[in-house]
Design a binder for this molecule. Structure first.
Ligand code: NAD
Ligand code: ZN
Length: 367
């Protein structure tokens, strides 16, 4: 009852294993793929409390000597000081190029540890053990790593594909329901991009996905496959990879508008609202039926995600300020923006000539 997604990137091809009990098996899986016999586990305090010991024991049982870098949880950890601390500890543990940096945590840890693995000694082996749903279906696949700058999120980093991804479906049991739902928004996204049958399956099976077991593994595997397909087609995001931004243009604006305050909005929640807005905006532009937007909204609402700006606690800035955030996120050229819009359920496309004036008018109508 495990799944395997192969990411065929030539010499850098790798496997994503998805299923129960993978942390206990991590030592064997890593030892089979990596020559070195040392590993530095990078993790955060929350995740370490549950899974650092089982992982270290699994590595030790396969003859891999493990050390650990335990960082504070949260987005602030994706910054320069924790990066330097992690690099120094990895070097102190005498990690060499055939040894591994192992990211054990959510997207914050995966992004930071992947960057560490890419720059220490000009690159050491890198294993992702994503522990949040978002990390399992999104951030651990695709090779984007890095930290934030005062100029914005994810501005300092490198493309660095992992050598192996182990998505242990059991670890999601300790993830908070809110974080689980937020990751689920990205799962829904893959259906809405170009897999209407997957979206329909989620509408009927989301309860099973939330309670664990086979349906959850299937949802994660389908998502990883979808992301892997896009990444293989467009590793450096020159073209189709932009489809992964469905819901993210509005979503990023809402995250900025709520000052990245996770008490008000977390990323996946912003994406859920953003996907509904993208479908409503597509209807407004006469590209798709408004019924599709209602259907997307109904499903996201059913699982407990916010679906409109009214669902965000506290006051939001006025539409023109939201538009400023959108214009900053996407380059505006001659008053035109690039947006991911849809022609129907699971028929998203890259529209690169969306008039900014239409977006402002749409947002004003929502306010
Ligand atoms: P996160 O890493 O902060 O994890 C969320 C919270 O859940 C944290 O408090 C963490 O300690 C806790 N946690 C994680 N796994 C747990 C578990 N199994 N049990 C108990 N607690 C657990 O956030 P996230 O949502 O996983 O990731 C968000 C980050 O991912 C952002 O920095 C974003 O920029 C990045 N991201 C990167 C990519 C990419 O392609 N590289 C894609 C999407 C998002
Ligand atoms: Zn996202």
């Amino acid at each position: 009852n495990a799944a395997r997604v192969h990411v065929p990137l030539g010499e850098r091809a790798y496997d994503i294993l998805i299923g129960p009990g993978l942390i206990a098996r991590a030592g064997r899986e890593i030892a089979a793929r990596i020559k070195g016999r040392k590993a530095a586990i990078v993790t955060d305090e929350n995740v370490a409390a549950h899974y650092l010991r089982p992982l270290s024991e699994s590595l030790a049982a396969s003859g891999i000597e493990a050390s650990a870098v335990i960082l504070p949880p949260g987005e602030k950890t994706k910054s320069f000081e924790p990066l330097m601390e992690a690099c120094d500890k990895v070097l102190a543990a005498r990690i060499e190029r055939n040894d591994a940096v192992v990211a054990l945590g959510g997207g914050v840890i995966g992004d930071l540890a992947g960057f560490v693995a890419g720059i220490v000694r000009r690159g050491v082996r890198f294993v992702q053990i994503p522990t949040s749903l978002l990390a399992q279906v999104d951030s651990s696949v695709g090779g984007k790593t890095g930290i934030n700058s005062r100029h914005g999120k994810n501005l300092i980093g490198v493309f660095n594909q992992p050598d192996l991804v182990l998505a242990d479906s059991d670890v999601l049991a300790t993830l908070s329901p809110r974080e689980f739902r937020a990751g689920y928004a990205e799962v829904v996204k893959y259906g809405l991009i170009d897999k209407p049958e997957f979206f329909e399956w989620l509408e009927g099976s989301w309860n099973d996905v939330f309670s664990g077991g086979e349906a959850r593994i299937r949802a994660i595997a389908t998502s990883c496959q979808a992301k892997a397909d896009v990444v293989v087609a467009d590793e450096r995001e020159n073209g189709p990879r932009a489809l992964l931004n469905l819901g993210h243009t509005f979503g990023h604006a809402l995250e900025a508008a709520t000052e990245y305050d996770s008490k008000r909005l977390v990323h996946g929640e912003a994406v859920a609202i953003g996907m509904v807005l993208a479908h409503e905006f597509s209807a407004r532009m006469n590209l798709a039926s408004p019924d599709i937007a209602r259907r997307v909204e109904a499903h996201l609402r059913a699982v407990g995600l916010p679906v409109s700006m009214a669902d965000i606690p506290g006051r939001l800035p006025p539409p023109d300020r939201l538009m400023d955030a959108i214009a900053q996120d996407k380059k505006v050229k001659d008053g035109k923006l690039t947006f991911i819009l849809t022609r129907g359920l699971g028929q998203s496309f890259i529209a690169d000539d969306v008039p900014a004036s239409e977006v402002v008018a749409f947002l004003k109508g929502k306010h």
